[in-house]
Write a protein that binds this ligand. Structure first.
Ligand SMILES: *[C@@H]1O[C@H](CO)[C@@H](O)[C@H](O)[C@H]1NC(C)=O
Ligand SMILES: *[C@@H]1O[C@H](CO)[C@@H](O)[C@H](O)[C@H]1NC(C)=O
Ligand SMILES: *[C@@H]1O[C@H](CO)[C@@H](O)[C@H](O)[C@H]1NC(C)=O
Ligand SMILES: *[C@@H]1O[C@H](CO)[C@@H](O)[C@H](O)[C@H]1NC(C)=O
Ligand SMILES: *[C@@H]1O[C@H](CO)[C@@H](O)[C@H](O)[C@H]1NC(C)=O
Length: 445
């Protein structure tokens, strides 16, 4: 630990208090791109990222907005670690012969952006060099390499940085006294130190906090970063919690989002973790639900599937223009929110059967997302008297549009009922019959 750390933390506490607003609208909307971790873990090298960058372009994904090519853990030289004189992290030149800056130059020349990974501890999760105490040096290094995005993890935190109290995203585990300000926690200080270091650089770097929802990051995330992970790691399973990395299936994370959707708005997004669409043995319906709901939550959309042999059915899901447009809406920043749990009583905390009925707003109308959590086909209804933005005028006739097919379904009064396959999600846009917005000033808060 270097002594400069304490000075940095003081700056963080007294410094720039309000939300992280960056030039060029960076971070105003959820980030979109690709990250190496889910598929490759530590088995990365320059060609993984160059192949991915080319594929983002060839498949049309880059044109849809997926522009960040993000390097996750294991990119540095784990033996040499830092330069003895400059203290800069040394890249693994065996995997990245031109260094990270050479790779970044090439990815930039393809019109894309580059992300890197570090950690608010002494080591990354695989114990490569971490940035705690080296925030200024590392932020400067990343900026000088042309980095555009930093994912900042939470492993190897020395004991003197342990928080006084404990908050786990299973929010029932909170032992802080009433009125405690989590924004003063040591976790908040560690992540603010890197924010301040990034802001000193002459380069805009999107700041993606990854502390798994701990220390109530939903409270201080907006003033500290552009996004913050809000749960343990995702795994390519529909449901369940797994010992491996304390990872969570898809429904566990949906359940979490049902209680923390309101921390998301412009400039600050709860990050429900990188997409597993196209990985593992999800069904096509589960692939669809995972993508539709992450888009609806305004989570960053960071792909994890390898692109070199991507199946057409998966490419079609992640290329859905209407879902992406909802995620990237320029006027309505809030996440979709649950208006009815459905299978379970409202506000039930159930990681297997989370809230099924969600709604949100976009420039094009009111949107409804209906998830079938059950293992059988269920007839489900978007009832106009229940949807918060429509219930003041429930007898009106509305035009219902299917965001999956991109086609109008027809005009309906009272509601629209449809059979939903097990674990599938119906995505609807509801407007006035002439296409007008039914309730442009509605907000869930
Ligand atoms: C780069 O990594 C990929 C993915 O792990 C691997 O298939 C490939 O063989 C590696 N290439 C080199 C030159 O090491
Ligand atoms: C900051 O970066 C811009 C664009 O890269 C450059 O033109 C400018 O000279 C830099 N400013 C400083 C103070 O280095
Ligand atoms: C979100 O909801 C929780 C629980 O109702 C509340 O304590 C919190 O202040 C809300 N946050 C925002 C940003 O509105
Ligand atoms: C986060 O900060 C931005 C910028 O100040 C603000 O527009 C947004 O509403 C904030 N988010 C929440 C949930 O309050
Ligand atoms: C859904 O994604 C899985 C990976 O999670 C993939 O193996 C499967 O082929 C996909 N299903 C279909 C029908 O495309």
């Amino acid at each position: 630990m270097r002594t400069s750390t304490l000075g940095l933390l003081t700056t963080a506490l007294t410094g720039r208090g309000i939300a992280l607003i960056s030039p060029g609208n960076t971070g105003r909307l959820p980030a979109m791109g690709w990250n190496s971790w889910n598929e490759y873990h530590c088995d990365i090298n320059e060609s993984v990222f160059l192949t991915t960058a080319q594929k983002l372009i060839d498949t049309g994904l880059a044109d849809l907005g997926y522009v960040y090519v993000n390097i996750d853990d294991c990119w540095s030289d784990n033996e040499k670690r830092r330069d003895a004189n400059t203290q800069e992290i040394i890249p693994d030149y065996a995997r990245f012969p031109r260094g990270i800056s050479g790779l970044a130059d090439e990815i930039h020349s393809m019109g894309l952006k580059v992300g890197i990974y570090s950690d608010a501890g002494t080591g990354t999760c695989l114990n490569y060099p971490g940035s705690l105490g080296y925030e200024n040096i590392d932020a400067h290094t990343f900026a000088s390499w042309g980095i555009d995005y930093l994912k900042y993890d939470n492993c190897y935190v020395p004991s003197e940085y342990n928080d006084e109290y404990f908050f786990d995203p299973e929010y029932i585990k909170d032992n802080s006294p009433p009125g405690y300000d989590w924004g003063t926690s040591k976790s908040a200080q560690r992540f603010a130190a890197m924010r301040d270091a990034l802001q000193e650089q002459n380069r805009t770097i999107l700041y993606s906090i990854c502390n798994w929802g701990q220390a109530h990051v939903d409270i201080w995330g907006n003033k500290t970063g552009h996004s913050w992970r809000s749960s343990g790691d995702i795994i390519e399973e529909w449901t369940g919690r797994f010992e491996f990395d304390n990872s969570w299936g898809i429904t566990n994370i949906i359940n979490q989002a049902a209680f923390f959707w309101n921390a998301t708005d412009f400039w600050g997004h709860a990050d429900w973790d990188m997409l597993e669409v196209g990985r593992g043995d999800l069904t096509i319906e589960e692939n669809r639900s995972h993508f539709a709901l992450w888009a609806a939550f305004k989570s960053p959309l960071i792909l994890g599937t390898p692109l070199h042999d991507i199946q057409d059915s998966i490419l079609e899901i992640i290329s859905n223009r209407e879902l992406i447009d909802f995620n990237q809406d320029p006027v309505y920043g809030f996440s979709a929110s649950p208006y009815k749990w459905g299978y379970r009583e409202d506000y039930t905390y159930d990681p297997t059967y989370p809230a099924e009925y969600w709604s949100g707003s976009s420039v094009k109308g009111i949107h409804v997302f209906i998830l079938n959590t059950q293992d059988r086909t269920v007839s489900m209804t978007a009832s106009f008297s229940e949807i918060p933005a429509l219930r003041d005028n429930p007898t009106a006739t509305y035009l219902v549009h299917d965001m999956w097919t991109g086609e109008d379904i027809g005009e309906f009064t009272e509601g629209y009922t449809v059979d939903v396959e097990p674990h599938d999600t119906i995505a609807l846009r509801i407007s006035l019959p002439d296409g007008g917005h039914p309730n442009p000033t509605w907000s869930p808060r």
